[in-house]
Ligand binder design. Sequence first.
Ligand code: GDP
Ligand code: CA
Length: 313
Amino acid sequence: MRVCAIAGGVGGAKLAAGLQAVLPPGDLSVIVNTADDFDLWGLRICPDLDTVMYTLAGLANRETGWGVTDESFNTLAMISDYGEDAWFKLGDRDLATHILRTQRLRAGMSLTQVTADLSAALGIRNRLLPMCDEPVSTVLETPEGLLEFQEYFVRRRQRDDVLGVELRGIEKARVPVEVASAVSEAEAIIFCPSNPVVSIGPILAVPEMRELLSNCPVPRVAVSPIIGGKALKGPADEMLRSLGHEVSAAGVARMYEGLVDGFVMDRADENEEASISALGMRVLSTEAVMRDEPDRGRLAREVLNLCSKLDTV
Ligand code: GDP
Ligand code: CA
């Protein structure tokens, strides 16, 4: 079954890896958020694309939750010796990705093309697709003023209340042809358990992306990143709260109204089934925490199984 998954970083990458494990090679396309992207020391960094790429390539560092395995930080140490405040951790192996990406972008290649080449070189046999080729940057409104995404996320460790989200450059973004064809060829669309505000939100905000996905006549399923009223990791729960959403699986489901036909959540949230069904979604309650590789494959299989049961016109 040809599947198009929609993902941010860590949560998205886990389910994408599960889908990759259970689908025949080549059947998976993953559309990834690029609104976290930024420039540092002259290099273009794409945190969510790299998280998904390293995870699908089996190179992701499980201990840290970011970067690659067998990493060293000699370059960063020397950068600190020069007096730079090295708060964004870039390892020596990871830097290779940023150096080559930056060089190729400067030579005029699109981010889509660069990502295709890098991921193929790492042995990934599925398609990794940036949500757009134009630069978009998330800026957060907080009581401290406007904060760039990585400033909020990494440097200030997500301690600020998020009162608003600005996606700079989004009006100039276009759905890449590769994304449009991945969606039109897909037999199922899966929204991974990523942050609905700053991971899925920017993807849906690319002009015409929402229309493309809402007019897609195939089963569409979202998986909840909120379990028992909490995010497993990161600020999704706090962000939903400060932006006035209900912090629950049902609250997430409401954000997907009109976009999905099925919703997958944890058994811990079973009591919300009726209110989610009332949104016109078929609900599956299961073990939605992916602790290890078998968990990822099992959840992927359950999501695909739900897709095959959905009637769509
Ligand atoms: P980021 O860009 O690295 O912040 O990652 P994402 O936006 O893709 O994912 C963040 C979300 O993933 C958080 O809200 C977590 O609750 C969710 N998440 C992480 N691991 C799991 C998991 O095993 N199961 C589910 N259902 N959600 C998860
Ligand atoms: Ca991210």
